[in-house]
Design a protein around this ligand. Structure first.
Ligand code: UD1
Length: 430
């Protein structure tokens, strides 16, 4: 397995181009299953999660072509999907095991083909991650759902029908899945307590371009009037707010200055506010955010993760890395996932002073410096937190299990090197 080696101490300065959002692209890719016409997605990030999902869709019969093009001097990629000959309605364990978000095929396939079989994903490092809200909502829309041999087998012989659904939690995945299912259902579906993340708004924009009738964009009540069929469309994936937030902290922690090209400040209001409270300079321009930690003293600050527009859980680990070297104490409370402090022992091995209380709170007391060490993380964002710690630690840090980072950070070493980091990938020998 590849590793990343970092020699800490360099101040990072320059520009970083923010890629298309992974969590937006995943449901957008699956929306291609809703139509027999061509769907073109531009600014799709080059990530292993996308590669896995494309492989699953190809296995089902979706024809996919890739095109590399230039956008603002940056190499971007687009995919054209054509799902006019879907022959396989089963998402096997081998795909789902590698890519949890392959559950996004559930809603589109059930709505269009009235049948789907989907291997249950199981838990993952950050929590149990059930899909009960997805399944009970589809049942409310008339689907028969059975669990057989580890698979969800769902049928809607007469098609899905509109329903009034109230989510028990504002789940991102369930909102995307039920939105897609409802576009082709018979009648009107109303979702209450829907998630409001920007990635959902991006999906609504694409679905409406395809001919769907969705109202309530950006709010927690979505109304979808089902249509007979959807048509092809072209769409540009929105910029990744979590990638932008991660590199913003890279600027702050190294006391450098980075311009995040394409980053959207309106999607990062809470994290930017926290950065400012911690003493970091933030400037918003027409198409970028400039984060300036030059000569700044970082001060501890409390963070409570919550549903959007609250503070994103996907930036919790990275902010914690910054807090380890802040002046004073910071309290981090994780309200979304039950097991999302696995980066804590690794940060402590690098010299951080963090105490976990219960399973939801951690107190971080700032230390003067961190020291390099071999570390490993069990999830994507935690891995980036270790990269951040490595950037300021004395000496060498080796981050193991780089495949986590490859799931969610496009051209990671390239982007970091371009702003002055001493970082390199050590390729696995086998
Ligand atoms: C998405 C993001 C993930 C982010 C999370 C919360 C993708 C691919 N992943 O994950 O990076 O951390 O949103 O912002 O977009 N829940 C249930 N039953 C369900 C579904 C969810 O109880 O059927 C619970 C979960 O256990 C969790 C909470 O609801 O406690 C939020 O989960 P959800 O928003 O669904 O997360 P994902 O869509 O899996």
């Amino acid at each position: 397995m590849d590793k990343i080696k970092i020699i800490g101490g360099n101040q990072l300065n320059g520009k970083i181009y923010i890629s298309g959002a992974k969590n937006a692209a995943l449901p957008l890719v699956c929306a291609s299953l809703l139509t027999e016409e061509e769907l073109i997605l531009k600014n799709v990030p080059q990530l292993s999660d996308i590669t896995f999902l494309n492989k699953l869709l190809e296995f089902m019969g979706n024809k996919i072509t890739k095109n590399v093009y230039e956008e603002n001097g940056y190499e971007a990629q687009s995919f054209t999907y054509k799902a006019n000959e879907i022959k396989e309605l089963v998402a096997p364990y081998d795909f789902v095991r590698k890519m949890r978000a392959s559950y996004y095929v559930l809603g589109p396939l059930l709505a269009r083909f009235r049948h789907v079989e989907f291997s249950l994903p199981g838990g993952c490092a950050i929590g149990a991650r059930p899909i009960d809200i997805h399944l009970s909502s589809l049942e409310q829309m008339g689907a028969n759902i059975e669990i057989k041999n580890g698979y969800v087998v769902a049928d809607a012989p007469n098609g899905l029908k509109g329903a009034h659904i109230i989510f028990s939690k504002a789940s991102v995945g369930a909102t995307c899945n039920i939105l897609m299912a409802a576009t082709l259902a018979n009648g009107i579906t109303k979702i209450e307590n829907a998630a409001k993340e920007p990635e959902i708004t991006d999906l609504i924009d694409l679905l409406n371009k395809m001919g769907a009738k969705i109202q309530g964009r950006g709010t927690s009540i979505l109304t979808i009037e089902g249509v007979q069929s959807l048509k092809g469309a072209q769409h540009h994936v929105l910029a990744d707010r979590i990638e932008a937030g991660s590199y913003a902290i890279a600027a702050a922690i190294t006391k450098g200055r980075i311009e995040l090209i394409n980053a959207r400040a309106e999607h990062l209001q809470q994290p930017l506010r926290v950065l400012e409270k911690m003493g970091v300079g933030v400037e918003v321009t027409e198409n970028s955010i400039i984060v300036d930690g030059t000569n700044k003293t970082i001060i501890g600050e409390d963070v409570y993760t919550d549903y959007y527009p609250g503070f994103p859980t996907d930036l919790q680990a990275q902010f914690m890395a910054l807090m380890t070297v802040a002046e004073g104490a910071s309290l981090v409370t994780e309200s979304i996932w039950e097991n999302r402090f696995m980066h804590v022992p690794e940060l402590c091995r690098m010299g951080a002073n963090i105490n976990i209380h219960g399973h939801a709170s951690a107190i971080v007391r700032g230390v003067k410096k961190l020291s390099g060490a071999p570390v490993m993380a069990t999830d994507l964002r935690a891995s980036f937190a270790l990269i951040l710690a490595g950037l300021i630690a004395d000496g060498e840090t080796i981050v193991n299990r780089v495949y986590h980072l490859d799931r969610g950070y496009e051209k990671l070493e390239e982007k970091l090197k371009a702003v002055g980091a001493n970082v390199e990938r050590i390729k696995a020998e086998d």
